[in-house]
Design a protein around this ligand. Structure first.
Ligand code: G6P
Length: 610
């Protein structure tokens, strides 16, 4: 949430900053701004997306080769020009950008007001920059020391970057809770909330940890603790490809990412499955395998779409490996004083690896002595680094705010995990063989489903004006119903609910009429007959049914207005196929309604605040 960029070197800073903000816009898009040092401090900020700021700067350029920038997801104060970052000191010498929430900002502001400070914005960030100014003006301290002292007064989460017109060779960054990466180039340095704004220039990066600050000068950098102790940091090499963060001919990142799924699912399995030898290799987990297999209980914590993947994982691990699983919202887990016992194991799932609640769940479990394993997409992310071990998705960067390929990557990893945990136990050699072979066949089957995009678009055309949708599924496809409903509401702003199909009669059935399309996942599996009865019940109430199915049963064609046929697979692997039509349906409906598919209102991709 909120994207921070920074640059110091010989390039035109505003060009680097603006491009960086555009590359990272999925982190927030209420307003954007930059501050560039060139003798004075030139600050430009605008309500709206980065392109509004770009237009504003066109013909009215900012020159200089040191600066910071920000794209905002509002927490304190409405989106507006005034509340946009950077925020400046009252003498206009310092500029600060911030990602996070300063919890004690009201008390600090009151104190500063007593000292004569006035405030223009409603943000917590302006309070921090004025606090730094206040400390700096009162004491005979360097800017670095003033920032350190100010940060010691702060309660809450922050990633910050700061420049001053008095220090044209200095860029300061600090982190506590909100991610920050330092890109190390040749005689130039970059800052980013993630790697997207950096990789065009360098792939050598340093991940800042909580409580650390980077003091970056034109001739070198130093990482210090907030207490001024030098930290020795390793440089990591990223293997991201620039074209992975570009649209590559697709109109939207979301569509590109939907169509990337055959590849991303294959990448999740690459080097991990040897079907001929019935071997699954999940390298990070190898030293912990016996402990995992004998776990009394696996608890999976996640948020959003990752939580839906966790629910699919619950069905898979319990069904395939026969190990009890509980799935928790990370935000609930962290605060409800969870009872954890020896023999429990926690898994967390996070595409970004930065979600604040999921990170807090990692720390909560670890504080109780429970081992934590992470399923993440973003290599080097905080959750990946803080967990005891983990499995990467290798799905490549996901830019569309609505998650698609990360979901199928997560489910693929969970399927491999379930088989690995079941091997030599609940899962026979024959069954192992069947699962591994079928997993290998999934990318080809996803290709088949993707060919239905036009058919799904024309179904979408009939329903794009609707205000409500219901999604129903059973077993491992119940979480897919939840995910289908989430996709639709996220990007088209149509109210949608997901339910286990059998629960329909306990409430949602009261809503059924011809204006509430019902999307059923009706695969030919153990619950098909029951789902068919549920379809009958909907049709009997004049409901309109869209079915996603691998079943040729003509009964479905008789009952349902639309039947989207997909290839068959094993029941526990079916979410990898059933979710694809639902992603496409929401994409096409959102587009028909004129919605901003990649950057839906009020949302952000990486939720680094509570
Ligand atoms: C946000 C995103 C979702 C994502 C969720 C969890 O809400 O918009 O797409 O599923 O965060 O994010 P994570 O990075 O932890 O998977």
């Amino acid at each position: 949430m909120c994207g921070i960029v920074g640059y110091i070197g010989n390039r035109d800073a505003s060009a680097v900053l603006l491009k960086g903000l555009q590359r990272m816009e999925y982190r927030g898009y209420d307003s954007a701004g930059i501050a560039v040092v060139n003798g004075d401090l030139d600050v430009r900020k605008k309500l709206g997306k980065v392109e509004v700021l770009v237009r504003e700067l066109d013909g009215n350029k900012v020159s200089g080769n040191l600066g910071i920038g920000h794209t905002r997801w509002a927490t304190h104060g409405v989106p507006s020009d005034v509340n946009a970052h950077p925020h400046t000191s009252s003498d206009g010498k310092f500029a600060l950008v911030h990602n996070g929430i300063i919890e004690n900002y009201a008390a600090i502001r009151e104190k500063l007001q007593q000292n004569g400070h006035t405030f223009e914005s409603q943000t917590d960030t302006e309070v921090l920059v004025r606090l730094i100014e206040d400390i700096h003006n009162k004491n005979d301290q360097s800017l670095v020391e003033s920032v350190q002292e100010a940060l010691r007064h702060i309660v809450g989460a922050y990633g910050i970057a700061l420049v001053s017109s008095d220090e044209p060779d200095l860029l300061i960054a600090a982190r506590n809770g909100s991610p920050l990466i330092l890109g190390v180039g040749e005689n130039e340095y970059f800052l980013g909330s993630d790697a997207a704004p950096i990789i065009e220039y360098t792939r050598d990066v340093i991940y800042l940890n909580d409580g650390e600050m980077a003091v970056i000068r034109r001739w070198g950098y130093e990482v210090l603790s907030v207490d001024n102790v030098v930290q020795h940091k390793e440089i990591n090499h990223l293997d991201w490809d620039l074209q992975e963060i570009e649209k590559g001919g697709y109109p939207h990142f979301m569509l590109k990412e939907i169509f990337e799924q055959p590849k991303s699912i294959e990448n999740a399995m690459r080097g991990r499955i040897d079907a001929s030898n019935q071997h699954v290799r999940l390298g990070g987990l190898t030293p912990h395998l016996e402990m995992l297999k004998s776990a009394d209980r696996i608890i999976i914590c996640a948020c959003g779409t990752s939580w839906h993947a966790a629910l699919v994982g619950e069905y898979m691990i319990e069904g395939i490996a026969r190990i009890p699983v509980e799935v928790e919202y990370a935000s609930e887990f962290r605060y409800r004083n969870p009872i954890l016992r020896k023999g429990d194991v926690v898994f967390v799932i996070s595409q970004s690896g930065e979600t604040a609640d999921t990170l807090a769940a990692v720390r909560e479990a670890q504080s109780q002595g429970i081992p934590v394993f992470a399923i993440c997409n973003t290599v080097g992310s905080t959750i990946a680094r803080e967990s005891d071990a983990g499995i990467y998705l290798h799905a490549g960067p996901e830019i569309g705010v609505a998650s698609t390929k990360a979901f199928t990557g997560q489910v693929t990893v969970l399927a491999m995990l379930a088989v690995k945990l079941g091997q030599g136990g609940a899962l026979s050699a024959d069954e192992t063989n069947t699962y591994l072979k079928e997993l290998k066949a999934i990318p080809g089957k996803v290709e088949e489903v993707l060919k239905k995009s036009d058919e799904i678009k024309s179904i979408g055309q009939e329903y794009s004006y609707m205000s409500n949708f219901l999604y129903l599924g059973r077993g491992p496809n119940f979480p897919v119903a939840l995910e289908g409903a989430l996709k639709l509401k996220e990007i088209s702003y149509i109210h949608a609910e997901g339910y286990p199909a059998a629960e329909m009669k306990h409430g949602p059935i009261a809503l059924i009429d011809q204006f509430m399309p019902v999307v059923f996942i009706a695969n030919k599996d153990s619950s098909y007959d029951k789902v068919l009865s549920n379809i009958e019940e909907v049709v009997a109430r004049e409901g309109v049914v869209i079915a996603v199915t691998d079943n040729e049963d003509p009964e479905l064609d008789r009952l349902c207005k639309h039947v989207i046929r997909i290839p068959s697979t094993l029941e526990y692997l079916s979410p990898l196929l059933t979710v694809i039509p639902l992603q496409l349906l929401s994409y096409h409906i959102a587009l028909l309604r004129g919605c901003d598919v990649d950057q839906p209102r009020n949302l952000a991709k990486s939720v680094t605040v509570e």
